[in-house]
Design a protein around this ligand. Structure first.
Ligand SMILES: Cc1cc2nc3c(=O)[nH]c(=O)nc-3n(C[C@H](O)[C@H](O)[C@H](O)COP(=O)(O)OP(=O)(O)OC[C@H]3O[C@@H](n4cnc5c(N)ncnc54)[C@H](O)[C@@H]3O)c2cc1C
Length: 482
């Protein structure tokens, strides 16, 4: 093996330099390094990225290339089936390193890559860079996987602390592109950015994809909002949460880095427990995805298979466009469309509205979120949709039907969130902001609101829709309305 024989780092959902064990292993081998990203929509079972995620990926790959170039490397981009492409590239390489993924299709690709590389006599090593614990590390007393969050998180916390995060390598020697390797393509050739129309201006204003943006966000959060997180995280108009989710989704920052920073702040007196518990929820969702690979397509609890979901295109369209007539739901859905994210409390209310008030299958909503969220995550998104619908692990009981008016009053008491995203209601008084149809004609006229014209009337009546949902859910469970 000549000293120019390269080591390959196969980047996927770990688009960062720091605390990246795959990059470290390759850099430490002393070989020149090929850093590659294979855009794979061909392998069997791969779920194509949604529009917002494609936008994010474009910028994240550009940022990773810039970071690599700053330390002597570069990012090469390929398109094709992952295992095949890596094997074709790595013929003659010294080793290939990658960070593990946990979806069924991705595990199958990696298994295929490993055996193809073995046949070629190339060392292949996978690493954990995306989770605090591997999903198979935690088992219940009876040896099965966890279906309930609290004992899962207790068991996770009882294990020795994960290794501290490692720093980015100081330098990487870029290898020459091997003769006969598959053709590289330019980032722009992936066509990840929207063009006609370019709907991404709100995303550009809201986010800075890439490792540097992730690091800055973590620093700002830990030095700013963290102490008030537990109290403020449910308030819709407050920017009290970390906004790290898309950075985590694309691996621009690792959970170990986040935990280390939060723990450091906790030593200095901040209470980080609630925030760390949410990182725990992410771990739990990945635990579920690994052990229940069709999480996005099948009810986790099969008894929900018989649920008589409704087909209601008009209702679904109104929900997607933020025109349900319930301001808190409409604000959430419009925030999502404009910025590629939605506050967690609004996600719960909007998902509950779709699955309970409209009785539309949670999979329809999950797909819409998959397309529109920058943080659309293969584990968190389906697990949380199922949690809200009631069909998931450790789910909210099916009879919990969020009342959007009550939720608005509690978590957006002065209507700032509703007013921001439904500006046609901006002048409506606080008393009626979450239920404009209850406002006296005079109040509506003073606020310039004409129901059914400037703002929709509610597309369903809460009490009627709630009763319909309970009846539908009860037929499948055999339980009565509690
Ligand atoms: C219907 C529905 C769909 C969702 N889809 C996604 C998704 O596709 N991707 C995604 O990352 N989160 C999803 N969530 C979870 C949650 O809403 C987001 O993680 C959170 O709003 C992101 O904001 P943040 O980074 O400021 O979170 P913070 O409150 O600061 O939390 C820190 C991190 O913990 C994790 N986290 C927080 N809450 C949850 C949760 N309930 N479940 C799992 N992980 C959590 C995220 O990685 C988050 O970045 C969904 C929730 C619901 C109800």
């Amino acid at each position: 093996m000549s000293s120019a024989t390269p080591a390959v780092v196969w980047f996927r959902d770990d688009l960062r330099l720091a605390d990246n064990p795959a990059l470290h292993a390759a850099a430490a081998s002393g070989a020149p390094v090929l850093c590659v990203y294979v855009f794979d929509e061909e392998s069997r079972g791969v779920r194509p990225l949604g529009g917002a995620s494609r936008w994010w990926l474009h910028h994240s790959l550009a940022a990773l290339d810039a970071s690599l170039r700053a330390i002597g490397g570069r990012l090469d981009i390929l398109r094709g089936a992952g295992a095949e492409t890596i094997a074709a590239l790595a013929r003659g390489a010294r080793r290939v390193d990658w960070t593990r993924r946990y979806g069924a299709a991705e595990i199958a690709i990696d298994t295929e890559a490993k055996s193809a590389l073995k046949e070629l006599g190339v060392e292949a090593a996978s690493h954990n860079g995306q989770l605090l614990r591997e999903p198979w590390e935690l088992r219940t007393g009876s040896g099965s996987f966890y279906r309930v969050f609290t004992p899962f998180w207790r068991a996770a916390n009882a294990l020795p602390a994960p290794a501290p995060p490692s720093r980015a390598p100081k330098s990487v020697a870029a290898a020459d592109w091997p003769a006969g390797a598959p053709n590289r393509i330019a980032l722009d050739d992936l066509g990840l950015l929207p063009t006609r129309p370019d709907w991404a201006s709100g995303l550009r204003a809201a986010w800075t994809p890439g490792e540097e943006g992730a690091r800055a966000r973590l620093k700002a959060f830990v030095g700013g909002e963290l102490p008030g997180y537990a109290k403020g995280r449910d308030q819709l108009a407050e920017e009290a949460t970390s906004r790290l989710s898309p950075h985590l989704r694309f691996g621009e920052i690792s959970p170990r880095q986040i935990v280390a920073a939060a723990r450091k702040a906790a030593h200095a007196g901040a209470n980080a427990d609630k925030f760390l518990t949410e990182i725990g929820w992410r771990e739990f969702c990945y635990h579920l995805l690994y052990h229940s690979p069709d999480l996005a397509t099948r009810n986790f609890q099969p008894r929900f298979d018989a649920l008589p979901w409704r087909s209601d295109q008009a209702g679904f369209d109104a929900w997607k466009r933020g025109r349900t007539g319930y301001p808190v739901v409409d604000a959430g859905m419009r925030e999502l469309w404009a910025t590629g994210t939605m506050h967690n409390r609004a996600r719960m209310v909007c998902a509950s509205f779709l699955t309970k008030h409209l009785l539309i299958d949670w999979r329809e909503g999950e797909r819409w979120f998959w397309d529109t969220l920058c943080d659309a995550d293969p584990a968190n998104n389906p697990a949380q949709w199922q949690w809200v619908a009631g069909s998931g692990a450790d789910a909210a009981p099916y009879f919990r039907v969020f009342n959007p008016v009550v939720q608005g009053g509690k978590f957006d008491p002065d209507g700032a969130y509703a007013r921001l995203w439904a500006p046609e209601l901006a002048k409506l008084d606080n008393k009626h902001i979450h239920a404009p149809w209850t406002a006296p004609p005079r109040a509506l006229a003073d606020a310039g609101v004409r129901l059914g014209e400037t703002y929709p009337r509610p597309i369903v009546d809460h009490a009627t829709a709630r009763a319909r949902a309970l009846a539908a859910f009860a037929t499948t469970t055999g339980e009565d309305d509690p």
